[in-house]
Write a protein that binds this ligand. Structure first.
Ligand SMILES: [Zn+2]
Length: 98
């Protein structure tokens, strides 16, 4: 037995699977635009989260002076330490949530 929901666009009753992406059988409009909006926001948030972890290491060029290379190495060291800590924390969270 399928659930039905009244379409907010054409006011017809349509089959509803309780999904944010469900569309009206009659006009193809979203049955639950608010839930769909929430879903989109959630996806954007998740994308932003994954971007944060994606740290690009500073590049050292052969043309850099000895002084520049020295500082870039230090920055890289910090970046690598940060990534290591972050991966460990993420691993820990996954372990505790698991
Ligand atoms: Zn409709």
């Amino acid at each position: 037995m399928n659930a039905t929901k009244r379409c907010p666009h054409c006011q017809q009753w349509s089959t509803w699977h309780h999904q944010a992406t469900d569309r009206c059988q009659h006009c193809q409009g979203l049955l639950d635009p608010a839930a769909h909006q929430r879903l989109l926001h959630q996806q954007v948030r998740e994308e932003e989260e994954s971007k944060k972890i994606n740290i690009t290491l500073i590049e050292i060029f052969p043309t850099d002076s000895a002084f520049t290379r020295f500082w870039k190495r230090i920055v890289q060291g910090f970046q690598l330490t940060f990534i290591a800590i972050l991966s460990f924390v993420l691993w820990l969270i996954a372990l505790l949530a698991g």
